[in-house]
Design a protein around this ligand. Structure first.
Ligand SMILES: Nc1ncnc2c1ncn2[C@@H]1O[C@H](COP(=O)(O)OP(=O)(O)OP(=O)(O)O)[C@@H](O)[C@H]1O
Length: 810
C-alpha cells in the first residue's frame, strides 16, 4: 500500500507534469502565432511568381534553393507561401488579427490564466478580421485586393448585390461597432492585463541582475563587518569570559557576532506570542544524534487550502442597478513557486550553537522543535523539569550573541509552556505574494465583514482579521519598513472582498504619493466632501476638514440608529436593507505630517472617531513613520487597541507602539508584530508584497467600469474658527458660508428648506448648498434632515430671523 507521503508525491508529480504540458503548449502557440503574424506582415507580391514555379515535391531540389534565395519574405519559402495564402485566398492583411489572439491564448496557457478572455478575444478578432476584409472589398483602392483577400471580396460582392453598397457599409459598420461595444471592455481589460504581465516579465531579468548586485554588496559589507568584529574581539582581554564561567571561552563563544542587539530584555521577548501549530502534524526527528543531545522535531508548516477567487460570481449589481465586476485575481502577480525545501544543515547548525551555549550554563534541553516560517525560524526548546525559565531569561543576551544574527528574538517563556522560543532569521527569506494569501479558501469563504489579510505567521498560516473587530488600526514603523505596502495590502483585500455599496474609503495622504493610485476609485469607492473637489486629501488643512466631515457623518449615523431603535450598523443594515449604510474606512498615511501642521485640530477628531465610530461602521487606519509620543499621543494610543509595528530604530520606539519592545528586532520588508485586540501578546507576521503596478492594474480595472449613479457625499464638517477653509473662499465669520445669511432669508421667505432651492436661487453647487443647509440646521433655522421627509423651517417670520442673524454676527 502506498504511504501518505508517496501519494502526495505522485499527486505533486502529476500536477507538475500538467503544468509543464501547459507551459510547453503555451510557448508553442505563442511562437506559432508570432511566426504567422510576422510572415503575413512581411508579404511581398513578387514572391508569388517565384514560388509559383515550384511544386512541393521540388522542395529538396537545387531549384528550390535558388528560389529560396530570391524570396523577399524573411521567413523563407514557408513564410512566403503562408502569407500569400492568407492574403490572397483568405482575409488579406486583417488575417493577422486572429494571430494576435492566438498569441494571447498561448500567453494565458503559459501563465495558467483563465482561457475565457483569450477565447473571447479570438472570437472578436475573427469577427473584426472578416468585417475589415469585407469593408476593404467594398472599396476600389489599389490596396483593396491585399486588404480584403478572396473571402473579403466575396462577402463584399454578396452584400453589395443583396443590400446595395450603402446597405453593406452600414451593416459592416454596425457589426464592427456592436462587436467592439459588446466585447470591447473585456478585451481592453484583457489587453491591459497582458501588457501588465509582459511588462513584469520583461522587467524580471533586470530585477534579477539588480538583486544579484545587491546580494554581492551585502555579502561584502557582512564580511567587512565580520573582520572588524574579529579584530575588536582580539583586542578584548579574555578575563571577561572567565569571570562568568570560570573557564576559557569555547570557539563558539569567541566567535564574532554579526549585528547583535546590544541588550535584550525578556519582557520584550515575552511580549510576543509566536503563532504555530499546537502539535506538529508530521515530525522529522534528526538522525545520528551525538549521545545526550535532544532530538529536533521539524514542524511541518500549515498548507493553506487554495481556492480560485475568480470562481466566485464576479459580476454583481449595485444598489443603484449599475453592473459591477470584482477585479480578477489575475491582476495580481503570481510569485515564483515556493521552494519548500528546508535547509536542514542550517537548522542543525543553529541548534548546535544554541545547545552549546545553554550547556555552558548547565541548562538541559529535553526537546527542540522548529517551525520554518517565510522569514524566520522559531526554535522552541523544552527545558528539563528542574530548569526554571527565569534562569534562561538572564541568558538572553548571551544566547543572542551565540547565534550571531540580525533580528533574533527570544520568547521566554512561550505562554502556557515550559519552553523558550528563539526566532532566527532564515538564510533564504521568502517573499509572501499578495496573490498567494488571497487565493486561499479561508479568504474566499470568509464570513468576516471587512476581511483584511495581514500576511503569514511563522507556521505559514494566512492571517486574516476583520477590520470591524479591530476596530481601528495603528501602523507604525521606520521609513522603508513596509507600512505603505501594508496599507496597499489592506485596501486591496477589501477591494477583492467588498462591493462599492458595502465599503467606502476616506483617503488622507499628506505625503501625496502613497495613495495616488486610488484616484481611479473615485466613482466607486471614494467618498466626496462638500466644498472640496479632491477625493484623496493631501492638504493638511483640508485633512482636518475631511476628518470633521467624518465626525459629522458619525453623529448623523448615531442619530439615524437612535431613531431606528437599533444598536449598531449591522442591525440597521439588516432591518433596513434599502437604506444600507456602507462601512467607512478612513486611511491616514502619514499621521506625523498632520500632527506637525494641525496638532490638536487633528488629534481631536481622530480621537473622537476612534472612541465612538465602531458602532456606526467607521474604522480608522492610521500610519506613521514617527513612533514618538508627540505623534502617537497617549490618547491616540488608548483608542487604537489594534496595532502593527514594523521595524523601528530603538526599543523606546517599539514601546511607544506596542507597550513592549521587540519591534527593534524585526527585519524590515514587511516583517511585523501585530497586536490584535483579542490577544494579550503580539504575533509575528510576514506581510505580503503587492507592487504599485498591481495596485494600479486593480484600480484602473475598477475605474474603467460604469460609475455609480449616486456618489456617497459626507455631510459638511462643523468648522470652528481656525479650521481653515477660509482660503478657499467658502467661509466667513465663525466658519459660516458667505451665502449663509442669504440662504437663511430665502428659506424663511419660502418656508421651505431644500438644498435644491438654494442651488437654484443662489446658484450654488450641490455640495456647497448641502453644507449651507447643515449650517442652517446647526444654527436652529431649519430642522434636522431625515432622508425621506423634507426639513422644516423653524423660524416663521423675517423679523425673528434678522434678530437671530444679528446675534450671530455679534
Ligand atoms: N511585505 C513585503 N515583502 C517584501 N518587501 C517588502 C514588503 N513590504 C515592503 N517591502 C519592501 O520595502 C520597500 C519599502 O516599503 P514601503 O514603501 O511600504 O515602506 P514604508 O514603511 O511605507 O516607508 P515610508 O515610511 O518611507 O513611506 C518596498 O518598496 C519593498 O521593496
Amino acid at each position: 500500500m502506498k504511504t501518505k507521503r508517496e501519494n502526495k508525491s505522485s499527486a505533486t508529480n502529476v500536477r507538475s507534469r500538467d503544468k509543464l504540458l501547459k507551459e510547453l503548449s503555451g510557448i508553442a502557440l505563442m511562437l506559432s502565432a508570432l511566426f504567422l503574424i510576422s510572415a503575413i506582415l512581411s508579404f511581398h507580391p513578387d514572391d508569388e511568381a517565384l514560388f509559383g514555379t515550384l511544386a512541393w515535391s521540388d522542395i529538396s531540389s537545387p531549384l528550390s534553393r535558388d528560389v529560396a534565395e530570391s524570396i523577399h519574405n524573411p521567413f523563407g519559402l514557408l513564410g512566403a507561401r503562408l502569407s500569400a495564402f492568407f492574403i490572397r485566398s483568405f482575409l488579406g492583411y486583417p488575417a493577422f488579427l486572429p494571430g494576435l489572439a492566438l498569441f494571447y491564448w498561448g500567453w494565458s496557457l503559459l501563465r495558467f490564466k483563465s482561457l475565457k478572455p483569450a477565447l473571447l478575444f479570438f472570437l472578436y478578432s475573427v469577427i473584426m478580421a472578416i468585417d475589415i476584409a469585407a469593408m476593404s472589398g467594398l472599396t476600389a483602392t489599389p490596396h483593396s485586393d491585399v486588404m480584403a483577400g478572396a473571402i473579403g471580396r466575396m462577402i463584399a460582392a454578396m452584400l453589395s448585390t443583396l443590400i446595395g453598397l450603402t446597405g453593406a457599409w452600414v451593416l459592416l459598420g454596425v457589426v464592427a461597432v456592436g462587436a467592439s461595444f459588446y466585447m470591447g471592455r473585456s478585451i481592453v481589460s484583457a489587453l491591459q492585463e497582458l501588457l501588465f504581465s509582459l511588462n513584469t516579465v520583461l522587467a524580471r531579468p533586470f530585477n534579477a541582475v539588480r538583486a544579484w548586485f545587491d546580494e554581492r554588496r551585502k555579502k561584502k559589507e557582512e564580511n567587512d563587518r565580520l573582520k572588524a568584529a574579529k579584530n575588536q574581539q582580539k583586542k578584548k582581554p579574555p578575563e571577561k569570559y572567565s569571570k562568568k564561567t570560570d573557564r576559557k571561552p569555547t570557539d563558539s563563544e569567541s566567535e564574532p557576532f554579526r549585528s547583535v542587539p546590544q541588550e535584550m530584555d525578556f519582557d520584550t521577548a515575552s511580549s510576543v506570542l509566536p503563532s504555530f501549530p499546537e502539535e506538529p502534524s508530521v515530525t522529522e526527528p534528526d538522525k545520528g544524534l551525538p549521545a545526550g543531545e535532544p532530538e529536533m522535531i521539524i514542524r511541518k508548516v500549515v498548507h493553506e487550502k487554495e481556492a480560485n477567487l475568480d470562481e466566485r460570481s464576479l459580476k454583481v449589481q449595485t444598489k443603484d442597478r449599475v453592473p459591477y465586476r470584482f477585479p480578477s485575481i489575475d491582476l495580481l502577480e503570481r510569485g515564483p513557486d515556493d521552494d519548500e525545501e528546508i535547509d536542514e544543515r542550517q537548522l542543525a547548525e543553529s541548534k548546535r550553537k544554541l545547545l552549546e551555549k545553554l550547556s555552558i550554563y548547565k541548562i538541559q534541553v529535553v526537546r527542540i522543535s522548529t517551525t520554518v516560517g517565510p522569514r524566520v525560524t522559531l526554535f522552541e526548546m523544552e527545558l528539563a523539569p528542574d530548569v526554571k525559565v527565569a534562569r534562561v531569561k538572564s541568558l538572553e543576551n548571551d544566547l543572542a550573541m551565540a547565534l550571531a544574527a540580525r533580528g533574533i528574538r527570544i520568547i521566554a517563556p512561550i505562554p502556557g509552556k515550559n519552553a523558550v522560543g528563539v526566532e532566527i532569521p532564515n538564510g533564504k527569506p521568502k517573499t509572501v505574494w499578495l496573490r498567494s494569501v488571497l487565493q486561499v479558501e479561508r479568504f474566499k469563504n470568509s464570513r468576516l465583514i471587512l476581511p483584511i489579510v495581514l500576511g503569514k505567521t511563522i507556521a505559514n498560516e494566512v492571517y486574516i482579521d476583520d477590520l470591524t473587530a479591530m476596530p481601528h488600526l495603528l501602523i507604525a514603523g521606520a521609513t522603508g519598513a513596509g507600512k505603505s505596502v501594508a496599507i496597499n495590502v489592506i485596501i486591496t483585500s477589501l477591494l477583492y472582498a467588498c462591493t462599492p455599496d458595502k465599503v467606502k474609503f476616506v483617503l488622507i495622504d499628506p505625503k501625496r504619493v502613497e495613495l495616488f493610485h486610488y484616484q481611479y476609485l473615485k466613482n466607486h469607492f471614494l467618498v466626496r466632501f462638500p466644498g472640496i473637489e479632491e477625493q484623496i486629501i493631501t492638504d493638511p488643512q483640508k485633512a482636518v476638514y475631511a476628518l470633521k466631515c467624518v465626525e459629522k457623518e458619525m453623529e448623523q449615523r448615531y442619530e439615524r440608529l437612535e431613531k431606528a431603535g437599533v444598536r449598531n450598523i449591522g442591525d440597521y443594515n439588516r432591518r433596513f436593507p434599502a437604506e444600507f449604510l456602507p462601512y467607512l474606512v478612513v486611511v491616514v498615511d502619514e499621521l506625523a505630517d498632520l500632527m506637525i501642521t494641525a496638532g490638536r485640530e487633528v488629534e481631536e477628531p481622530i480621537t473622537r472617531i476612534a472612541q465612538l465610530a465602531r458602532a456606526v461602521g467607521i474604522h480608522l487606519i492610521v500610519a506613521t513613520q514617527r513612533p514618538s509620543v508627540d505623534i502617537i499621543t497617549g490618547i491616540i494610543k488608548a483608542n487604537f487597541p489594534s496595532r502593527i509595528a514594523f521595524q523601528v530604530a530603538s526599543r523606546v520606539d517599539s514601546r511607544t507602539i506596542l507597550d513592549g519592545s521587540g519591534a527593534e528586532q524585526l527585519l524590515g520588508n514587511g516583517d511585523m508584530l501585530y497586536q490584535p485586540v483579542s490577544l494579550p501578546k503580539a504575533i509575528r507576521i510576514q506581510g505580503p508584497y503587492v507592487s504599485a503596478q498591481e495596485v494600479e492594474a486593480i484600480t484602473t480595472f475598477i475605474g474603467g467600469q460604469h460609475a455609480l449613479n449616486n456618489m456617497y457625499v459626507l455631510p459638511a464638517g462643523d468648522m470652528q474658527k481656525g479650521n481653515g477653509l477660509s482660503s478657499s473662499g467658502y467661509q466667513e465669520k465663525d466658519g459660516l458660508d458667505s451665502m449663509f445669511a442669504d440662504a437663511a432669508r430665502l428659506v424663511v421667505m419660502h418656508q421651505q428648506a431644500s438644498a435644491s432651492l438654494l442651488q437654484r436661487r443662489l446658484r450654488l453647487g450641490f455640495s456647497r448648498a448641502s453644507r449651507v443647509m447643515d449650517q442652517l440646521e446647526f444654527n436652529g433655522i431649519v430642522s434636522r434632515g431625515d432622508g425621506s421627509k423634507p426639513r422644516e423651517v423653524l423660524i416663521n417670520n423675517e423679523d425673528s430671523l434678522e434678530l437671530l442673524l444679528r446675534n450671530l454676527n455679534d
